[in-house]
Ligand binder design. Sequence first.
Ligand code: 1HN
Length: 351
Amino acid sequence: MNAPLPTAQLRQQLYADMSPLHLTPLWEVLHALVPPRPATPCVPALWKYDEVRPFLMRAGEVITAEEAVRRVLILENPALRGQSAVTQSLYAGLQLILPGEVAPAHRHTQSALRFIVEGRGAYTAVDGERTTMQPGDFIITPSWTWHDHGSEADGPVVWLDGLDIPMIRFLDAGFAENSADKSQRVTRAEGTSFARYGHNMVPVRHEPPFGATSPIFSYPYERSREALAQLERSEAPDPWDGHKLRYVNPLTGGWTMPTIGTFMQRLPAGFNGRGWRQTDGAVYSVVEGQGVVVIESGEKTWRYAFGPRDHFVVPSWHTARLASSAGCVLFSYSDRPVHQALGIHREERLS
Ligand code: 1HN
């Protein structure tokens, strides 16, 4: 008589025998599927503009905006190489447009934001209206709207693109279309959308032009900067965030885009912030000034000194602390609207 097989061997035999039927045992993966706390594969990362800019300019020498369609260097999370992702749900890239160039009109279901990093005088057109880009402006390209970019500036213009590409890919909901026209026809004067929606007033009779997305497509830095400077003069900073504001859709008071939340904050000189962690992973673009971010997860610590035009990413459930001796302004975006819509957003503020 053969001795009975040991349990471990019986189990392995079961797994092997059922595998051809595409069956696999849950109990081998259960704790990884429902971890006690978020276990993101993403890691923190910093892109120093001084190091990135020469490669952007080299890209400008080897390919035109029209050939490339969009001449962008993707900021890839070091732990997600090849996935065009800065976090599991978000994309980030730096786009260059040179004088006289056009990035041709197209549309897609992915939503995009532009945050202007360097240069002035390029434009982006959305749904028949152009807006001129200035450093620090936050511009929206709503899902499925025609958009093209062009430049009549006299030097390079660079902006940060933030898109929900990985999220839309995960949902298998991506569609795209190229326009027959290289540049779309302008049908409204520049500033029309801001006049309609940008002054705490909205048209009496209207349909939201972009569904759940904000009808304002450019939030000028001049305004955001002044708001934060005024708050710095009039009240104490929040111990975690400094003076931090959330961009809003004026029709709803909600997020500017259904998938991406956007923020701008000012850390006063001498700010030494407390730590926090939250489930939404965030990408930061440094607008002005200098500072330091310290990020921690488990035993690991990352310490990044940042200055103007640098970019960094704080992944889900990593503890972060911000400090600035000279003061600074930071723009950021994250997938928080989705966490909140699903009722799964969590935040912890450490004392
Ligand atoms: C896109 O359409 C733009 O319109 C930028 O400027 C970056 C990345 C992936 C897919 C589409 C743009 C993009 C993109």
